[in-house]
Write a protein that binds this ligand. Structure first.
Ligand code: TYM
Length: 374
């Protein structure tokens, strides 16, 4: 079905309506110069910023779900270093953290032989498509982004302009591969809605069925891991308190100590999900436990009903150490051989570039840029 652009909308401020499942007649499996491989359910693109340490939220909200999807989908997993510098990063530390995220991906089970693992700045088409999207996305859309408001804080005048247009680059990360599915934690939902709006507006404005609308995949008890100090705040790399998060590189002792110090309330654990209402810290620790043991919250509550926190924290520590211990050890092994990591990332960039440059070419042509290879 041909997609008919609506008239008079090119500079609209209104968010495009969120169309859940219509793909505008685009078959992302076959459209464009690089179709998805046979037998796959779609193409995944997701990424993590190399800022600070990878933490349990990154693992349970993102990487673990990626690992579970890697056989059914064609997958590209990116280390988004260009996003990282929207806030100041020490250069040597950025380079170290970029390799550490790669090590985390591999140690957590992403197979570099079958998935494309790469660094964002190694694929110039991300930035090139992002420029077009700077011209597609409306200021009004960006003004609604809560992450910008959170990160810029009170002094917006001092925030980098990159931080403001960050969601346009994120849309380019996804759409430059015509990705169909984007598995992320819940905090990225608004950015993904924007990516869908950008895809739709680009298609409308240029009257072309170029970009499929990517589906967010946000699921499981780990989609929103909260701070160990305050159950109403997200676990995050930028929290000044080291006790607020468990890092993927923490030792067993660190993990045990952080869980022991985690904020709780005075009540024993309830037997039902309803019993967790207004108990953010208890909810968070139980959700983490459910995610780590691959169960639902309700299933976990059957086990822990009536427990005191001391007993539960011992059990939670065992679960966390059991899952993270082997990953941490493997990360350390990989980090000892940076040349090996670099060669995996180089291979990843080569295959990412192949898809991205073909899609960029289609976008350039749609926009009316003269071909450069004539
Ligand atoms: P970033 O680097 O903040 O986080 C990486 C991934 O981890 C998830 N996550 C969490 N999940 C559950 N609980 C938490 N406390 C938690 N903290 C982080 C995030 O949801 C994310 O999935 N803008 C993105 C990076 C990005 C991206 C992309 C993602 C850039 N381009 C394209 C997907 C597709 C970000 O800052 O994630």
């Amino acid at each position: 079905a041909r997609y008919h652009p609506r008239a008079g909308h090119k500079d609209q401020l209104r968010m495009a309506p969120n169309i859940r499942s219509t793909q505008q007649g685009i078959d992302p499996m076959t459209s464009g110069s690089i179709p998805h491989p046979q037998g796959k359910k779609g193409r995944i693109l997701s990424g993590i910023q190399p800022t600070g340490n990878l933490h349990l939220g990154n693992y349970l909200g993102a990487i673990r779900n990626w690992a579970a999807m890697q056989t059914d989908y064609q997958c590209l997993f990116c280390i988004v270093d260009m996003h990282a510098i929207t806030i100041w990063q020490e250069p040597a530390e950025l380079a170290r953290a970029t390799r550490e995220v790669a090590a985390g991906y591999i140690a957590a089970g992403l197979d570099p032989a079958t998935n494309t693992l790469f660094v964002q700045s190694h694929v110039p088409a991300h930035a090139q498509l992002a420029w077009i999207f700077n011209c597609v996305a409306r200021m009004g859309w960006l003004n609604r982004m809560t992450q910008f408001k959170d990160k810029a804080g009170k002094n917006r005048e001092a925030a980098s302009s990159g931080l403001y247009v960050y969601p346009n680059l994120m849309a380019a990360d996804i759409l430059v591969y015509k990705a169909t599915h984007v598995p992320v934690g819940e905090d990225q939902k608004q950015h993904l809605e924007l990516a869908r709006d950008i895809a739709q507006k680009f298609n409308n404005d240029y009257g072309i069925e170029l970009f499929p609308l990517p589906e967010p995949v946000i699921q499981g008890p780990g989609m929103r891991v909260m701070s160990l100090r305050d159950g109403t705040k997200k676990m995050s790399k930028s929290d000044p308190s080291a006790y607020s998060r468990i890092n993927m590189t923490d030792s067993e002792d660190d993990i045990a100590q952080k869980i022991r110090k985690a904020t709780t309330d005075p009540e024993p654990l309830p037997g039902t999900v309803e019993g967790l209402e207004n108990r953010p810290e208890a909810s968070n620790l139980l959700n983490i436990y459910a995610a780590l043991t691959d169960r639902t919250l309700a299933e976990v509550l059957v086990e822990t009903e009536g427990w005191q926190f001391s007993q539960f924290k011992t059990r939670l520590t065992e679960a966390a150490v059991g899952v993270l211990g082997p990953i941490t050890a493997e990360m350390q092994r990989l980090m000892a051989d940076p040349a090996e990591i670099d060669s995996i990332l180089k291979r990843g960039a080569d295959s990412a570039n192949e898809i991205a440059s073909a899609v960029l070419k289609e976008a350039y042509s749609a926009v009316g840029f003269l071909p450069s290879d004539r």
